[in-house]
Write a protein that binds this ligand. Structure first.
Ligand SMILES: Cc1cc2nc3c(=O)[nH]c(=O)nc-3n(C[C@H](O)[C@H](O)[C@H](O)COP(=O)(O)OP(=O)(O)OC[C@H]3O[C@@H](n4cnc5c(N)ncnc54)[C@H](O)[C@@H]3O)c2cc1C
Length: 415
């Protein structure tokens, strides 16, 4: 009879690798199935904030991480004003981030999980859940090189299969379409400023004819001769469905500051895109024997499109409750997870969702960035809120953000 694992993890991205690492670290038998083979690309901005660095450090990866490009903070550009904002000092998070291609990052973390004791099957896709008396007992896994199907049995199944989450949908998860959904594309460019100490974000994009184009842009230096360039927008932006992100990218590359040296000639590889499910938009996120982490649970921060840190964090939370279930023998331990998510992110995400709804109005967005860019103190505060990096001794993030939203509402021109 084939082995029964304590946990089967579906997907070896940030959420799956983190869940597998923390479960293996606690002595449980874990199988991770990943449909691709490492090293594999994943469309992303490749930006790691201090929240991500903390999680990676906790997984013992501070040293290998230090081989990559470390940066000090955010250069924010809007309305012709440029402001360099260092990451804040914080008791729990470092004051620096990294930019690491997902090709390198995800392999590094998956290897770490394996070192901790997890088994990783690459080129293996979980096709569908297996059920006994209506209860999920594992998955049918396809070995992609041979086409062989194999039933894997596990006490608990961790769903970490990313934004489209086909496996999660097969279990009945759905994304609430009222929640903001991000759409973003990125490409790599060779650049003389590849080792810039700031990641750069453009809060407004103005084309050559002087027209404001909805969306935001970023340029993240990789330190290896290249930069990651991308544009994004949210479903809360008015008319978002009519916006062609590839065209938006062309416009951004055309108008981006010349010091980056971006052009069709310096482009490397194709421009690719993806969806960003935000704000805890996917439910249910737990069943009797299965539990969902990362993008599959819609855990991206609506404020800034950051999802890697939240994937590591939710993967770790999932590992925590699965560990309790395994140790106590009581599967009900899993049911703490929704409450844990609400405690950790509930109010913050709620405010973020409200905020992005408000800035969906282009006039408000312009007014906000115009006012914000006149005050360094305000922008430093905005950065701390948006990156979820307020110190515990400061006023609670939610209250602070509510106050910010109130300010924005006050600035909103009457219709
Ligand atoms: C254009 C773009 C830019 C972004 N920029 C940033 C950024 O700069 N910083 C940031 O923090 N976040 C960014 N994000 C968000 C970030 O990429 C995600 O939040 C993050 O990858 C979520 O990790 P995950 O593990 O949940 O999912 P994923 O990273 O998508 O990993 C899921 C894994 O599961 C595997 N898989 C899927 N289905 C199966 C199956 N059935 N069987 C086996 N394996 C399966 C996939 O191959 C994949 O490896 C960006 C997203 C996009 C689209």
């Amino acid at each position: 009879m084939s082995k029964r694992y304590d946990a089967l993890v579906i997907g070896a991205g940030p959420a799956g690798a983190s869940a597998a690492y923390w479960l293996a670290q606690n002595g449980h038998s874990v199988l991770v199935v990943e449909r691709k083979r490492f090293p594999r690309d994943k469309t992303c901005g490749d930006g790691l904030t201090p929240r991500s660095v903390k999680q990676l450090t906790d997984m013992g990866l501070a040293e290998p991480l230090s081989d990559f490009h470390r940066y000090d903070g955010l250069r924010s550009i809007a309305h012709g004003v440029t402001m360099e904002l260092a990451w804040p000092q914080h008791p729990d998070f470092p004051d620096y981030g990294y930019v690491v291609r997902r090709r390198d990052l995800d392999e590094m973390v998956a290897e770490r999980a394996v070192k901790a004791g997890a088994t990783l099957w690459q080129g293996c896709e979980a096709i569908e859940p297996t059920l006994e008396n209506g209860i999920v007992t594992g998955a049918t896994v396809k070995h992609k090189d041979t086409g062989t199907l194999e039933n894997v049995s596990a006490r608990y199944v961790v769903v970490a299969d990313g934004a489209n989450s086909r496996f999660g949908r097969a279990l009945g998860t759905t994304r609430d379409r009222k929640y903001p959904l991000g759409m973003a594309v990125r490409g790599y460019y060779r650049s003389p400023r590849h080792d810039d100490p700031w990641i750069e974000s453009h809060l407004d994009i103005v084309d050559r004819s002087g027209d404001h184009v909805p969306g935001y842009g970023w340029i993240f230096p990789l330190g290896d001769g290249r930069v990651n360039v991308g544009v994004g927008l949210l479903s809360t932006f008015s008319g978002w469905k009519d916006i062609n992100t590839s065209k938006l990218m062309e416009t951004f590359v055309d108008v981006a500051p010349s010091y980056w040296g971006l052009s069709a000639e310096t482009a490397e590889g194709p421009v690719t895109g993806g969806k960003l499910p935000t704000g805890g938009s996917v439910t249910p996120n737990v069943g009797p024997t299965w539990i969902v982490a990362g993008d599959a649970s819609g855990s991206i921060n609506p404020f800034n499109g950051e999802g890697i840190a939240y994937a590591y964090e939710t993967g770790r939370m999932v590992a925590g409750v699965v560990d309790q279930a395994l140790t106590s023998g009581d599967g009900l331990a899993l049911q703490q997870y929704p409450e844990l998510l609400v405690e950790t992110y509930g109010l913050y995400f709620k405010v973020a969702r409200l905020f992005v709804k408000i800035i969906g109005n282009p006039a408000v967005m312009r007014e906000l960035t115009r006012v914000g860019m006149q005050s360094r103190t305000l922008m430093e505060w905005v950065l701390r809120i948006m990156a979820n990096l307020l110190r515990p001794d400061e006023i609670g993030p939610a209250e602070a953000a509510y106050a910010l939203v109130e300010k924005i509402v006050a600035l909103t021109p009457e219709p």
